[in-house]
Ligand binder design. Sequence first.
Ligand code: HEM
Length: 462
Amino acid sequence: MDTRTTDTAAEPFPWVPRWRTLLSSVAMARDPIGNLDRAHAGRGDTVGMHLGGIRPIIMTRDPALAQHILQKNHRCYLKSDLTHGLIRYIGRGLLTNEGADWLRQRRLIQPGFHRQRLAGLTRLMQAAAEEWTQELRQRTAAGPALVDIHEAMTRVAFRIIAQATFGTSMGDTERERLSTILTQIQAFYVRTIRQPYLRPWWHLTGSYRYHDALSQELRELVRGYIRRRRAASNSQPHDDLLQMLLDARYEDTGEPMTEDRLLDEANILLLAGHETSANALSWLFYLLAAHPEAAAKVRAELQSAGLANRPPVFDELPRLPYSLQVIQETMRLYPPAWILDRVALEEDEFQGQRIPKGTLFSIYLYGMHRHPQLWAEPDEFRPGRFAPHAQPPVPAYGYLPFGAGPRMCIGNHFALTEIQLMLVETLRHFSIELPPDTASVPVPLITLRPPHGMLLRFQQIQ
Ligand code: HEM
């Protein structure tokens, strides 16, 4: 018998009875967010349940427990097999690595994301934003046009991360191939997690083989790129992430990374920096279409900062605080990483409650960001919550779109910069409307994606 369903005094957290998770496993697969919200509303901020009626997992939207796991006692927690499973396809890089090896890599790579480096990369972000507004100008030349925003933002975000990583000399065909491979691998990986009972079938039908071959192709494409760069490194200076990875030296040995190491890290940057940003941008434009008053305020801010007629440079972005608040509020309502996974490496304790070794946790950021006791009218879009002296202030550890603690997103400033540049460049030239029947229910996969066919209407501002 599963004592956890009956004996809550001896065990740390309330559990949804196993028979209930079994019965609702189809509903859970169909609508995880609705089901998780109901479980938390009924049983509290931290709830045990069985994934697919089988695998015990503790879901939490409690900021104190999130802080305990991610920051205070982070040494006791690793990412779970849900994240480590990606190693097969993408490799062992910052996102998927653990322990001392992760720390050594993080120390090596961190300087590549410092402010000064970022300032250099904003030129290509700006170029991508301009290319996007050129495309929009063509599409809206004869009047307002409907745009599949997720499709468009996926292209823009991939262009930015691919060029930031490999430089601007990568051709469109090669870049599109990389993007297709990553998309296919990710889609397959999500299916292997969601429908584990189909794994034997995928072995039989060669799906695993096919995706392993795709991952091999990805590695060879990136390897070719690294070798070409190495061969040409004396002839031309480069200021991209690949060059940073090539130039980095370990503190202890003074040695550079091996080629395979470098390849893994480059792949991880492509993966981690692509879909998250694309989703954030898509939800941002969706919310601005639904809230024209916020779009008008962004334009007014541009005007008063003297940036209505030209794109801002990196150092001017802090003069646009409201546009940043709009982005922060977007990621509160639609956190691209909507759930974080961890496993207890050893027995632990939280507020007097025992956490057995091996306990699997899911930190439910979507639920935390809309928690009715943390946020006033949590489902409302109110960028002013993030204003410097807003009351009530943003709850500590209640807002974690980039995670927290030592594993916090290394690309957070990169992401905020590209999103802010895209936001102001778009709103300088276009107005956005929400057609009445636009699909808007989020699709929670590895990231929180907008639904297919989320169409927004763009129009040139005269
Ligand atoms: C809006 C965009 C983004 C969001 C919401 C986001 C979110 C996150 C979150 C929540 C984590 C922590 C995961 C965990 O603790 O389990 C993370 C890690 C990471 N992100 Fe991002 N990210 C974004 C953009 C980027 C970009 C643009 C890059 C690269 C340029 C990037 C690279 C990484 C890497 C390498 C890690 C692993 C860091 C480590 O464990 O040392 N991310 N991201």
